[in-house]
Design a protein around this ligand. Structure first.
Ligand code: 16G
Ligand code: MG
Length: 543
């Protein structure tokens, strides 16, 4: 039994808090940081198995709770290409973490190795990083204990944004191959982005100042670091970083950040928003992005993931047409049920691009986007990216240009494929993409709003239920298939409204259901959300 003694010894240092059932959810294990020491240790054991299973390729682990309050933390596993952990292994993670005793844990570890034909003597490598939460310190120590006990090579990248860790995993596993993703360092990440940003801009002027709210999280210091790599003689990019206090943990995600802006539909109170200025917000681990501005008369206006997605799809679609590749490359957009119906109509009817709908959670969108040569995916909450297939990148690089204009389009596409993080949604990279597009179009935020579409009024409500897992969905979470009768009741209510849509689903991150409703007016959307919520409460009680 390879590693049995060392695991047994170090397991004793990391005791599970009794009375909890843990599940590897949409964002890995995420909860109050007090409960996470032994969970993180056990995730380390699983990551070592996963690396060995995949011939010693590096597996990533990110310690973050994203937009959650400072007292929470989380741990999630990143697969070798920088993607989310394969779903079958999520179950194994859940099993291993829920082992009831040290003995059971050691036994299950060996059982998994046996079942999956893993040679425990073969090499393994795990690389990891954490956001700015103070609890991250002790959690990475627990993780390191598991890696040492299993004789796994480890690299501690200390404080990183989530997308930076994803970048490093891919860079590590592609180094020295024709698909090399970049230098294996944080500096390599900044250099790649800075170089691609300049190439994509092609000397176009960025108008006015951008104020970036960093949710008092890791995005603040990392964005400031990135800006040092932009030489001021090559680009005038006037950025002011705000809400970047990482020294007082309690202010993380407090009344600021992308999740605050999206869910409250308003600008952070501090610093006081100046009408007409261009703002954006990142979340606590810098993988979500929302733009906004305030109009002197009409007030707050938000550019969420749906708008960033349609902006990117429209710009990239134009470049592909201009490069003469329209008939060669399939471009598609992936959304979830939360996408505003007006954005879906705009993309299908105006941009004439296909739209796929998947369940919530990055892994689902990412996977669907891979079906296209150019797959644009965003959740309404601001998480997303654009994936380019190897075939598309080859076409950008090798198509002989027929004119200077065509060459320019091809070069810009190559630059975008370097600028846009190919592993996961990345707020810093997405922000640079938006800035490039606005500069090319010479658009202000007001132009962006008026030249596209008007959102349908909508409302999102959180509904407390006894057991959210009783609510099961089908059709990309747009319909409930259980409890029986609930969907029929929702359909009856929706039918009473014009241009309306509503759905209910169990949250993947907390014990609650979420209800989303869209209708022709704000009042109707709110009323519909309220009525559907009552249906959920009623069925939640009957179970
Ligand atoms: C997680 C997901 C995010 C999703 C959210 C939904 C990842 C990396 N993150 O934060 O994409 O929008 O969960 O939360 O997949 P909910 O299931 O509680 O509504
Ligand atoms: Mg996040």
């Amino acid at each position: 039994m390879e590693h049995a003694d060392s695991i047994r010894a170090s397991t004793k240092e990391h005791n599970m808090v009794p009375g909890h059932v843990y599940r590897y959810g949409t964002a890995g294990f995420r909860m109050s940081a007090d409960l996470l020491d032994a969970v993180t240790y056990r995730v380390g054991l699983l990551a070592s198995l996963r690396s060995r299973k995949l011939s010693g390729r590096a597996i990533g682990i990110m310690i973050t709770a994203s937009h959650n309050p400072a007292v929470d933390n989380g741990v999630k596993i990143v697969d070798p290409q920088g993607e989310m952990l394969e779903q079958d292994w999520e179950k194994l993670a859940t099993q291993l973490v829920n082992s009831r005793s040290d003995g059971e844990l050691v036994e299950l570890y060996h059982q998994l190795a046996k079942d999956h034909k893993i040679d425990l003597k073969s090499p393994a490598k795990v690389i990891y990083g954490r956001d700015t939460r103070p609890s991250g310190h002790t959690l990475v120590a627990a993780l390191a204990d598991a890696l040492v006990a299993t004789k796994t090579e480890l690299v501690d990248y200390k404080i990183l944004t989530t997308p930076q860790l994803h970048y490093l995993v891919r860079a590590t596993n592609t180094a020295g191959t024709p698909l090399s993703y970049g230098k294996i360092s944080e500096v390599g990440y900044y250099e790649k982005l800075a170089d691609a940003f300049l190439r994509a801009l092609r000397g176009k002027k960025i108008n006015g100042r951008l104020l970036v709210d960093c949710a008092n999280g890791v995005g603040g210091p990392k964005l400031k670091e990135f800006l040092k790599y932009l030489s001021s003689d090559r680009v005038a990019f006037d950025v002011t970083v705000v809400n970047d206090d990482v020294l007082r943990p309690e202010v993380l995600n407090l009344d600021c950040g992308a999740d605050f802006v999206k869910t409250r539909q308003k600008a952070p109170p501090s610093p006081k928003p100046v009408p007409g200025k261009r703002y954006c917000s990142l979340d606590g681990d810098a993988d979500r992005l929302i733009y906004y501005w305030t109009h002197p008369e009409t007030g707050f206006f938000m550019f969420d993931g749906d708008r960033i997605s349609s902006l990117a799809a429209s710009f990239i679609g134009d470049l592909v047409n201009g490069a003469g590749l329209r008939d060669d490359l399939r471009i598609g957009v992936v959304q979830t049920a939360y996408a505003n119906g007006a954005s879906t109509n705009y993309i299908t009817q105006h941009l004439k691009l296909p739209v796929l709908c998947t369940p919530t959670g990055v892994k689902h969108l990412h996977h669907a986007a891979q079906q296209f040569d150019i797959g644009v995916y965003f959740e309404a909450n601001g998480h997303g990216t654009v994936l380019f297939s190897p075939y598309a990148i080859k076409a950008f690089k090798e198509t002989p240009p027929q004119s200077p204009a065509q060459k320019e389009n091809l070069d810009t596409l190559v630059a975008l494929s370097d600028l846009i993080n190919q592993t996961v949604g990345d707020a810093i990279s997405d922000m640079l993409l938006v800035e490039v597009i606005l500069a090319h179009k010479n658009w202000s935020l007001q132009d962006w709003a008026t030249m596209t579409y008007t959102d349908l009024p909508n409302r999102l409500v959180r509904v407390e239920v006894d057991d959210k897992d009783e609510f099961q969905t089908t059709d990309a979470e747009r319909r409930l298939c259980y409890p029986e009768g609930a969907q029929r009741d929702i359909d009856d209510v929706v039918a009473k409204y014009k241009n309306a849509r509503a759905f209910a689903r169990a949250s993947g991150t907390e014990n609650a259901c979420r209800v989303y409703a869209e209708a022709a007016t704000r009042i109707e959307a709110a009323e519909l959300a309220e009525r559907v919520s009552r249906i959920i409460i009623r069925y939640g009680r009957n179970l």
